[in-house]
Design a protein around this ligand. Structure first.
Ligand code: HEC
Length: 93
């Protein structure tokens, strides 16, 4: 995280490996599938209804997808993906 950035990552994602998160999302084609469902680049899938309200719920949602889609992500990988989504889309503190 560059020094001086106005926004600070949520505590539960502190130290998460964002590059790993990016790699996993590419590997598992998260956005390709979301794009098929919501169109565009797929990012409209993230929190359209505001259902997710905390970093913990976001991480839980990624864990649920992990289980449902049988992706076999390790806990630290789930955290890495959730941390990336938080930084780029949800911006929970
Ligand atoms: C096979 C298709 C598919 C794949 C692959 C997929 N998703 Fe999803 N995902 C969906 C659909 C469909 C929804 C919308 C579900 C809903 O709104 O009820 C969704 C919703 C989500 C949400 C919740 C959005 C919100 O704020 O309510 C998150 C977070 C998410 N996906 C993360 C991921 C991640 C991370 C991956 C890759 C590791 C992934 N998904 C892979 C189909 C997929």
């Amino acid at each position: 995280m560059p020094v001086g950035l106005a926004w600070a990552q949520a505590d539960i994602f502190a130290g998460a490996d964002l590059a790993l998160g990016r790699q996993l999302m590419t590997q598992h084609q998260c956005e390709a599938c979301h794009a098929r469902h919501v169109g565009g680049d797929g990012t409209d899938v993230y929190n359209p209804a505001g259902r997710l309200k905390t970093p913990g719920l976001l991480r839980g949602m990624v864990e649920a997808c992990n289980t449902q889609l049988n992706l076999g992500l390790f806990p630290e990988e789930v955290t890495a993906v959730a941390a990336l989504l938080n930084r780029d889309h949800y911006r929970f503190k």
